[in-house]
Design a protein around this ligand. Structure first.
Ligand code: ADP
Length: 468
């Protein structure tokens, strides 16, 4: 990435632009204020000087005679009419371009400040006041005249020019220092971004154990923390996926190994037909186990891909439970367990009946699978607030408290050999929880080792208010 396209560069440019505008505005303000006050004090000095010159008759007399000694940088000119002729009395060699109209107006009585130029092009600030020359003696009568006192503005112009060049140098120096500082600070502030990008580049799918090492508490620190949490989640997901693949192949290998061993054993030599029958029964049982494992793997794969098709209708849970009870009763009888259908209140939920049946059947199968005879499996259905609660209770082996948080994970089994021997795949509860959550519900477990477990399925009632 080129420097021009970096955020660092853009940050600095914006910052410099704002700073330049502020400095120019400040410089302009200083220039304006100083020039105003310098010109005002020049006007004040001119006004004082004019009062001084006009109030002393001798001075007026010498001005009229053209003998007045002006101060350095000062020009004094007297205008009056002699007949129709406008007479101008000034030091020799001095020419000020003032319009006749302006001079006539002053002679007529008005006084004003104005800016004019000498014939050499030098700028002058001047005050023109009207005076009366009659007190100076003949010719008698009222003699209106105009006295112009002018001073060069060169000194002010020099001061202002020096101010402009000083300000320009100061602004340029400030901008240069600010640009250097801006690039340095932006670079420092954005260094964590480079670090984040570098770490992100280094992280590969297979090694997600790396983390971004940014220890600040600012926005970039928060970004790094968020990215680290995301990488952590990805790592866990990849780990789960790897674990799942290895578990699935392991689960499929076990029945395959049994089938392979059983069939090679049967084929080794001629055997009585009863032995073949037994081998085929074992093979068929293992094939069934594989088939149900593959079915459940497919269900989970579809769930993960979000490709499940749900057929939501109004499901009468009490009816569904009553139906299931008939099947479960047979399972219980086969295993020497008793079955109890407890209180079943009316409850309607919005759901996919086939999938709900699968959910309850998984839990009921587990209840039967993990309960040694003699024992009892019972089901009840109650409404609680806006929810329907189906409780499946057994008097089986129970689940140790340390295992309870994990039993809904794929392939997690408390006792692997017991589960496999009983035909379990280790996927039933993962599927059941997925179905419950897809219906906006949840599954809770209470269990005590040696005395049994209760799995409670909570599903939202439909419509929520009409059934309370
Ligand atoms: P499995 O096919 O092994 O039964 P599940 O996902 O249905 O797989 O259950 C996961 C594990 O939870 C089981 O292996 C078993 O150890 C435990 N479990 C589930 N239900 C019960 C129950 N009713 N009683 C005791 N343990 C249970």
């Amino acid at each position: 990435m080129s420097f021009i396209h970096s955020i660092k560069f853009r940050f600095t440019i914006w910052y410099l632009l704002v700073l330049a505008v502020l400095l120019i505005a400040l410089g302009g303000g200083v220039y304006f204020y100083l020039s105003q006050s310098l010109y005002r004090s020049l006007d004040r000095a001119l006004a004082i000087r004019s009062t001084q010159l006009c109030s002393i008759q001798d001075i007026l007399g010498s001005i009229r005679q053209g003998e007045f000694q002006e101060q350095l940088g000062e020009i004094v000119i007297l205008y009056f009419y002699s007949g129709d002729q406008l007479v101008e009395v000034s030091a020799p060699g001095i020419g000020v371009s003032l319009s006749q109209e302006f001079v006539s107006k002053t002679i007529a009585g008005s006084s004003a400040f104005t800016t004019s130029q000498t014939t050499e092009g030098e700028t002058l600030r001047l005050v023109a006041v009207s005076i009366n020359l009659s007190m100076l003696g003949p010719p008698p009568g009222i003699q209106p005249a105009a006295l112009v006192i002018a001073r060069s503005t060169r000194q002010i112009e020099n001061i202002l020019a020096r101010l402009v060049s000083t300000l320009a140098i100061a602004v340029l120096l400030t901008l240069a220092v600010a640009a250097g500082g801006g690039i340095f600070l932006a670079g420092r502030a954005l260094r964590p971004v480079d670090k984040i990008a570098q770490t992100a580049q280094e992280i590969e799918e297979k090694d997600l154990s790396q983390r971004i090492n940014v220890n600040t508490k600012d926005e970039l620190g928060r970004l790094a923390t968020t990215l680290n949490a995301m990488i952590g989640r990805l790592e866990k997901a990849f780990q789960r996926q790897r674990q799942f693949t290895s578990d699935a192949s392991h689960e499929l290998r076990a029945p395959l190994a049994v089938i392979e061993a059983e069939s090679s054993l049967a084929l080794q030599k001629e055997r009585p037909s009863g032995d073949y029958r037994q081998s085929l029964e074992t093979i068929s049982q293992e094939a069934k186990q594989m088939s149900s494992l593959i079915d459940q793997l497919l269900i989970l794969a579809r769930a993960d891909a979000g490709k499940e098709q749900w057929n939501f209708t109004e499901v009468k849970l009490n009816k569904l439970i009553a139906n299931l009870s008939t099947d479960v009763e047979i399972l219980c009888q086969e295993k020497g367990l008793s079955f109890q259908l407890g209180e079943t209140q009316d409850a309607v939920v919005k759901g996919d009946e086939v999938r709900l049946r699968e959910l309850f059947m998984n839990l009921l199968n587990n209840a039967v699978r993990y309960s040694p005879a003699p024992g009892t499996v019972s089901v009840s259905l109650r409404r609680e607030g806006q929810m329907a609660v189906v409780a499946i209770k057994d008097t089986g082996v129970g689940i140790p408290p340390e295992d309870i948080p994990f039993i809904f994970e794929r392939f997690y089994r408390v006792d692997k050999s017991r589960s496999r021997a009983a035909g379990g795949t280790g996927l039933g509860l993962a599927i059941s929880r997925h179905i419950a959550e897809a219906h906006g519900g949840k599954i809770e477990v209470e269990s005590q080792v040696g005395s049994g477990s209760t799995f409670s399925v909570w599903l939202p009632l439909h419509p929520p208010s009409s059934q309370t």
